[in-house]
Design a protein around this ligand. Sequence first.
Ligand SMILES: Nc1ncnc2c1ncn2[C@@H]1O[C@H](COP(=O)(O)OP(=O)(O)OP(=O)(O)O)[C@@H](O)[C@H]1O
Length: 236
Amino acid sequence: MSALLEVSDLEVAYGPSQVLFGLNFSLADGEAATLLGRNGMGKTTTLRAICGLEPVKAGRIRFAGEDIAGWRPDRIGRAGIALVPEGRQCFPNLTVDEHLVAFFANRRQRSAAWTPARVYELFPRLLERKKNLGNQLSGGEQQMLAIGRALVTNPRLLILDEATEGLAPLIRDEIWACLARLRSEGQSVLVIDKYVEKLIGLADRHTIIERGHVVWQGSSAQLDADHGIWHRYLGI
Ligand SMILES: Nc1ncnc2c1ncn2[C@@H]1O[C@H](COP(=O)(O)OP(=O)(O)OP(=O)(O)O)[C@@H](O)[C@H]1O
């Protein structure tokens, strides 16, 4: 499998405060990968830099053969990266259906493209809430909408930042089931989440970040076999 995303020597700073110090990791086409680490270690910053939401101080981000560091977020979106952001960020004054219709695009002419109708089939609760505004949805429904909104852009890479955060266990399971299905359909995914056991079942490869440095990389089998790593780097 060829690399779909390749992050090399990535450095990002907020003003004088540098938070990423030369990160290296990659993700193959069709692969599911995670970024792990304790709070404040630089995971969200990494995702935001990939999506063009934070400027890159140094290093390279290659996506589908192009250097995308420095591109604007909308261009990166059109190139095929979709972010499900921390906190969902649904529009309070758009209905569920308006979100999905507004974001729908099938730029790569996929035969089995994600359409609003397919999102409603994936998340029947959203169909029930079709006419509700973003601010009239529960946290779980907002999360489903944030995922649906990303899917209808038909991304080559779907990125999820803490998609199960703050959700009730049953809703969380629904999100995990959705990710497992996407995975089985060959969708490339990059995920940040706290539930390491779930991520081991879902993803192929993991990168652990500590204070802006990669401190461990390996497969699900390797991570599963060494709980010392969980303890040392994740505080579990
Ligand atoms: N907009 C910002 N301005 C200044 N510092 C920031 C900003 N956003 C994040 N930081 C700092 O950058 C560091 C990395 O934060 P980041 O959100 O990337 O970590 P994280 O690993 O995703 O943690 P969390 O799980 O808490 O989101 C932290 O020290 C944080 O305080």
